[in-house]
Design a protein around this ligand. Structure first.
Ligand code: NAD
Length: 231
């Protein structure tokens, strides 16, 4: 089967994971150099840790923000943003929290796991963009700590984001999944929804994943290289 070309589709859905940003120098989640090999999420990335010691959780997130702020979108992010510019029916659903799609020029990105660059006050139910490094002040004017607007371990995904992702999967004519290990919901279910609705499905990854066999096209290599080959 020949590699699908973006030019042959109108409603392309890119579903992206940490592997897309690996070439920007941001470590992936699992595997060598992975963040959670070094830090335990129970101490830094769950609501329980935040309630126990917000300063420690913020120190960790400041470090992540500082690291990501020095990274640039890579050629893979740029191909995706270019395709979206050329084809207005293109959508992006990401598990990444780094904001690199937007920095490459993409818009309307559905951030399933939130963003490093938004904070929220749960007491006042406020959300705001914040790109300061370190994030200051750490407390909202009401006195409560701002919390990173990220889906931490043990949190639920936002219902409206999930609904939007489902809608986009049902409507797309090409699903391109890029750089996700696809071991957790919803990543593991996405190709099924798109396929049931008649879409062509492509998985781009360095290696096979537990759901690779569901895809019609399994393209192996770095995200930037394979995405460029689909132009
Ligand atoms: P993951 O680390 O579980 O899997 C990454 C996948 O990308 C692997 O299957 C790997 O083979 C593949 N990969 C690595 N380098 C690649 C490359 N250059 N080209 C193509 N594929 C490559 O990541 P995940 O499935 O996204 O799940 C991780 C979770 O952690 C997500 O929920 C995400 O929110 C979070 N996370 C985000 C970032 C980020 O924002 N950049 C980074 C790390 C983790």
């Amino acid at each position: 089967m020949s590699t699908p070309r973006f030019a042959d589709f109108e409603r392309i859905l890119f579903f992206t994971g940490a592997g897309l940003s690996a070439e920007s120098g941001i470590p992936t989640y699992r595997g060598k150099g992975g963040l959670w090999a070094e830090y335990s999420y129970e101490d830094y990335a769950c609501q329980r840790a935040f309630l126990r010691d917000p300063e420690r959780v913020w120190d960790f997130h400041d470090k992540r923000r500082g690291m990501v702020a020095t990274c640039e979108p890579n050629a893979g992010h740029r191909v995706i943003a270019d395709v979206q510019r050329e084809k207005p029916g293109t959508a992006i659903v990401t598990q990444n929290i780094d904001g690199l799609h937007q920095r490459a020029g993409a818009s309307g990105v559905v951030e399933l796991h939130g963003s490093l660059w938004r904070v929220r006050c749960d007491r006042e139910e406020l959300v705001r963009d914040d790109t300061s490094v370190p994030m200051e002040p750490r407390r909202c004017s009401c006195g409560a700590y701002w919390r990173p607007d990220i889906v931490w371990f043990e949190d639920s995904l936002k219902e409206s984001n999930l609904e939007r992702a489902h809608e986009l999967l049902e409507q797309c004519d090409l699903l391109v999944t890029v750089g996700t290990s696809a071991v957790v919901y919803p990543a593991a279910h996405l190709p099924r929804i798109a396929m049931q609705c008649g879409a062509t499905t492509v998985e781009i990854n360095l290696d096979d994943t537990p759901v690779s066999s569901l895809y019609q096209h399994r393209l192996r290599g770095t995200a930037s290289h394979i995405l460029a080959s689909m132009r």
